[in-house]
Design a protein around this ligand. Sequence first.
Ligand code: FRU
Length: 467
Amino acid sequence: MTEQQWLNRLSEALLGGLNRAEGDPHRPGWHIAAPVGLLNDPNGFIRFDGRYRLFYQWNPLACAHGAKAWGQLVSDDLVHWQHLGLALAPTEDYERNGCYSGSAVDNNGELTLIYTGNVKYDRERRTAFQCLAVEREFGEFEKLGPVLDLPEGYTGHVRDPKVWRHDGHWWMVLAAQSEDGQGKVLLYQSADLHHWRQIGVLAGSGEQDLGEFGYMWECPDLFELGGRHVLICCPQGLPAEADRYQNLYQCGWLAGELDWHGGRLAHGDFHELDLGFEFYAPQTTLDDQGRRLLIGWLGLPDDNEPAQPTRDYGWMNQLSCPRVLSWREGKLYQNPVPELAALRGEAFDWQGLAVQAPRLQGGRAELELVISGEVRLYLGQAAVLTVNAGGLELRRLNWRSGEWESRRWHGAVTDLRLLLDSSSIELFINEGEAAMSARYFPGAHPEIRWGGAGETRFRYWPLAPVL
Ligand code: FRU
C-alpha cells in the first residue's frame, strides 16, 4: 500500500472503530492500548526534548498480526499519554511485510528511529533490513532506508535493533538466528548510525555455558545498572520446567561484565523478568533523572487464537505499566513508577481477619498488602491470588480453554502491591523482588472478595481512568 492508501484505510478504521473500542468494559483505563486494531511490542521508548516518547507495533487495520506499522504516543509524566497516530507504515519494498520493532535515539537533537524492515518471500523464506527514519518539523518521519543487511551466517530472522550512545559511539544489540538455528544477540558499533560494524556475539544459545537455549532471542536490550551490564531478551523455544518457562515464549535477563572490544557479555544465569502469564518484548530507556525505565507488552506472539474477548470490540492487547528497574543484592528489581500515584483516589485502610475484610470495587484499583497466614483474594470471577507462608499463587480463568491455570512464586512474602486495570493484573512482590502479570476478563464491575484463615493489613485506592 502507498502512504495515501494507508492513511485512507487508517481513517476508516478509526472513524468506525473508536466508539466501539471505548464501549468495551475491558478497555484499560490507565494502560496503553491501541485506539483500534492490534498492538504488540513497545518501541522507541525515549525521553526526548523534555517529554517521554513511546511507539508501539500496531496493526490498525485488523485484530491480527500482519504488516505492522508504528503507532506513537507522548507523555509529560508517564501517566497521561496522548496518542499521536501513525509514525511509520510499511510503504516501501524493504519493509513490505512490516516496520518491525526497534528503538529511538536523540541524534544531536534529531529524534531518529532504528527499526527492522521485514520482507517475506513465502512462508519459509524472509529477509530483514535495519532501517532509519528521522522526525521532521511537523512530526512526520522521513525514512532514510536500510543501513544494515543480513549478517553472514544468519537466517532471515534478524531484527529488533536497540541502539544507544556510549563513549562517543553508537552501539546496537540485534536479535539474530544463526544458520544452525540458535538464537543470538549481536553487538554492533557505528560512528554515524549509517555504517555499522559487528563487534561480536554478545550472548546466545550455544554461547558460554548456556547450552541449547532457544532458536530465537527476540527484542534484546542492554544497559548498565548498579555497576554491571544487564541484557534483557526474549528466548523462544525453551522447554517448560516444573515452575519455570511456563509461557509459550520467555522474557528474562542475564547480567554480567561487558567486554566492549570483544563484544561479549560474560554473564550469569537467565532469570525470568515476570512470572505471570504474559509478558514480552519489554524496552527500557534512561530518563533525565537517571532512572532505568521499562515498559513491556502484556501479551505473547503466536498466542492469539481463540482471541481475547476484546476482539469483538475491535481492539487487542495492552502494554504493562511503566516500571523502574533497580539492582539489589544480585537481583533485578522492578516497581511501578511513582508517578502512577497520581491515579489514586481516596485511600481506604483496613486490618483484621481476611474473611471479615470488606468487599472492594475491583476494576481499576491498587492495593498495598501485608499478610500473615493464608489469605485469598478473589478478583471478580476470573482470577484468584493465594498467599501463604510458602509463597504465592496466581490463578486465572483462561479465556481460550475456559480452564483455570496457575503461576507460582516461592519464598517469604513480606509485602505485596497489586495494580489492577479493567482487564489486567500486575503484582509486585517484596518491593519489586518479583513481578507477575496477567490479562484477565472479569466483566464490567468485578469485586474483590477475601478468603483464607489468615490476617491482612491493607491500603486500597480506586484508580482514575486517564486514557
Ligand atoms: C516480538 C516481535 C518482534 C518483531 C515484532 C513484529 O513480539 O515478534 O521480534 O519485531 O514482534 O511485530
